[in-house]
Design a protein. Structure first.
Length: 232
């Protein structure tokens, strides 16, 4: 088992299978332990988050990357007073940047309206196994939220670049267009892709651990791309 393809680090396995999804396992090249250690050295935390990427050029909406794996992007019309802060082109650029480790097994990203009766609160995204990420429309800023936000939620918004001001009965959340876009891309899209990546690993993981590691994945993605990201 020292040179087994089944023990490859996730990034190697994802890149190989995205490049040739229909190739038989018996036809795949052998992969040595030394090559696996070298190729996985730039991935953290816990062996799956990206680091050290060099952008190979950002693709437009509806892109078909060179590895042949296409992720469908569906865009629904938001309701009046709502918007999709991240466009299909933004999603395509992010997927192209993070490459096969993020795209492997991902079938579709849907930008859609929030379900009727979803209730108050901040709903950014969801993951529907296998391989579907849903990004929900967001209210036009500023947001006026009734009641009080949990401390963790307020800190999350501020880390994403929002300005949060609490009154006795409401919370006012102010966004720039860029900060709201990045909030949806990283705290929404890449967080849910973190869940998707983990689904290819240990499905027995506790829900709390799954959520914690998806948060870590999204944070690592933000740290890798944010210094290189420019406003389109």
């Amino acid at each position: 088992m020292s040179r087994s393809l089944h023990t490859d680090p996730y990034p190697l396995r994802a890149a190989r299978r995205v490049a040739a999804p229909r190739r038989r396992r018996t036809d795949e090249p052998r992969v040595s332990r030394r090559r696996a250690r070298f190729a996985s050295a730039g991935f953290a935390p816990a062996g799956f988050a990206p680091a050290g990427f060099v952008p190979a050029g950002f693709a437009p909406a509806g892109f078909a990357p060179a590895d042949g794996h296409r992720v469908e992007i569906r865009v629904g019309r938001p309701r009046p007073g709502f918007r999709h802060p991240a466009t299909a082109a933004d999603l395509a650029r992010v997927l192209e940047f993070f490459g096969p480790p993020a795209r492997y097994g991902l079938r579709r990203i849907s930008l859609r309206q929030r379900a009727a009766g979803a209730g108050p609160g901040i709903r950014v995204a969801g993951y529907v196994p296998p391989g579907v990420v849903v990004l929900f429309e967001q209210p036009d800023p500023p947001w006026l939220l009734a009641g009080r936000l949990p401390a963790a939620a307020g800190e999350r918004l501020e880390r994403a670049g929002a300005r949060v001001r609490a009154t006795a009965s409401h919370v006012l959340v102010e966004w720039t267009d860029r900060a709201l876009r990045d909030f949806v891309l990283f705290d929404g899209l890449m967080h849910e892709i973190g869940h998707h990546v983990l689904d290819h690993g240990d499905r027995r993981m506790r829900t709390a651990d799954h959520e914690r590691r998806a948060d870590a994945y999204a944070a690592a993605c933000r740290a890798a791309l944010s210094p290189l990201w420019t406003v389109a």
